[in-house]
Design a protein around this ligand. Structure first.
Ligand code: NAP
Length: 205
């Protein structure tokens, strides 16, 4: 699979690119600054370039920019993205009085879907960059949701290459808010127990 990681210079994008390269996938990381992407890409032994430029010919794009910039970046890249499936991994958190999802309303993924023509899936929220970038694939499941069957299938295929656990179809894009909120749950748990927790579902066939 050919994957473009938009904002791949960040900690999540780098860990994702590293894990995908180790799985034998073709990865390009992007940045607003093509030089920065190429520098990071050289370290990771993948390709790199401007966010728009790396979208050419890929099977899946991962929107891995800073969460607060996800919707605006998707809007800016909508033309270059065309009909390429887009996986949104963003969770916007507030850190006062414990960690929680930022003020209610629709999820980031649903807002992204409103500004692009491409089919949007959401997922990987519970995979911390630190765990994803470790020596071994993390012993976790990866949850993905979406309304478009093709985009979700591709996102699930990607998710399956990242974890030692399962890639799990969590339902329609309407549950993206729950997945985004799961990040807050994990951050609170990690703080409370000084841990690096991940998610594993039980009872699946
Ligand atoms: N960190 C985790 O453990 C984790 C886990 C699961 C999901 N996520 C999600 O993954 C995404 C990336 O997380 P991260 O921790 O890697 O974030 P980050 O390091 O803060 O940002 C990632 C990249 O976003 C780009 N960026 C920053 N401000 C921007 C702006 N105003 N417009 C466009 N691009 C901008 C930067 O790339 P350039 O400056 O090179 O353009 C930066 O390297 C977030 O949506 C987060 O919610 C993170």
């Amino acid at each position: 699979m050919r994957v473009a990681v938009l904002g791949g210079t960040g900690s999540f994008g780098r860990a994702l690119a590293e894990r995908l390269r180790a799985a034998g996938e073709e990865v390009a990381i992007g940045s607003r600054d093509p030089g920065r992407a190429r520098e990071a890409a050289a370290q990771l032994e993948v390709s790199g370039g401007g966010n728009e430029e790396i979208l050419a010919g890929v099977d899946l794009a991962v929107l891995a920019v800073k969460a607060e910039a996800a919707v605006e970046t998707a809007r800016e890249l909508a033309g270059a993205l065309g009909s390429t499936p887009l996986l949104c991994v963003a969770s916007e958190l507030r850190f006062s009085g414990g960690v929680a999802r930022s003020a209610g309303g629709s999820s980031i993924a649903e807002r992204v879907a409103e500004v692009v023509a491409a089919p949007v899936a959401a997922g990987l929220h519970s995979l911390a960059a630190r765990n994803l970038g470790g020596a071994e694939a993390p012993d976790e499941d990866a949850l993905v949701c979406g309304d478009d069957a093709g985009a979700k299938e591709r996102a699930l295929e990607l998710a399956g290459k990242l974890v030692a656990g399962r890639a799990v179809d969590a339902g329609p894009l309407a549950v993206a808010a729950a997945l985004e909120g799961l990040t807050a749950v994990i951050v609170n748990v990690n703080r409370r127990y000084k841990a690096h927790a991940g998610v594993r579902l039980t009872g699946l066939p």
